[in-house]
Design a protein around this ligand. Structure first.
Ligand code: HEM
Length: 195
């Protein structure tokens, strides 16, 4: 059992995703995601689990170096970075790295994807940690972050001596997984009926 505060994967606290597993199968086909990608994500699990903190240092360094991104982790009234909020989210982010590499897709996974989307949107942002922060992660930054997140992950994928081909395939699987996940997270931002 996880003891990470606010990590509610597979708990009864979660609402059902409005996206069905059948929809998700189509999304996978759209991004050319197949069994081989599952295999390579799972291959990456062993690699990334040794480097979770170092990966988070890079990603947090990227967000922290850009005021317009750091704003989403800062006080709504004074604009100062909220250390407790950053720290609490970081623990769940670390778990997310492992969950992404586990690539275990089912209804509970889909429901938690929806929850993560709500937590970026004003519907649920700040609620998990009681943070006095801004009310919304602006949509314009969500997709763009897929590139720095995956590109900076790439050197870590090579740290366990896999062949260049395996590293490339792990990297491609991560890119596809992040595209799928951030698309799922976009649901609350999209006009009803348009997802
Ligand atoms: C929360 C990943 C884009 C700001 C989270 C969490 C994850 C995550 C895993 C924790 C979810 C949980 O509670 O279990 C990602 C990924 C992104 C992305 C993979 C893009 C590829 C962004 C962007 C921002 C952002 C662009 C804006 C700077 C936040 C904030 C939270 C959060 C503020 C906490 C939300 C809350 O109050 O619960 N993100 N994120 N994220 N992310 Fe992102």
């Amino acid at each position: 059992m996880s003891t990470i505060p606010g990590y509610t994967y597979a708990t009864s606290a979660l609402a059902a995703s409005p996206v069905t597993l059948a929809d998700f199968e189509q999304m996978k086909a759209s991004v050319l995601f197949g069994d081989e990608d599952v295999k390579y994500l799972r291959m990456s699990h062993d690699v990334v689990q040794d480097h979770v903190e170092a990966i988070l240092d890079v990603w947090y360094g990227f967000v922290g170096s850009q005021p317009h991104l750091l704003a989403s982790f800062s006080g709504k009234s004074d604009g100062r970075p909220l250390g407790d909020y950053l720290g609490a989210v970081r623990k769940r982010f670390g778990q997310w790295i492992l969950d992404t590499a586990r690539a275990d897709y089912g209804q509970k996974w889909l429901d938690y994807q929806h929850e993560i989307g709500l937590r970026h949107h004003r519907v649920k942002k700040n609620m998990t940690d009681g943070a006095p922060s801004t009310e919304l992660v602006p949509f314009r930054n969500l997709f763009a972050l897929i590139f720095p997140v995956t590109f900076t992950l790439r050197p870590f994928l090579a740290k366990k001596g896999h062949s260049a081909e395996d590293v490339e395939k792990m990297y491609a699987a991560w890119v596809k997984s992040c595209l799928l996940q951030v698309t799922l997270w976009s649901h609350p931002y999209i006009k009803p009926g348009d997802f």
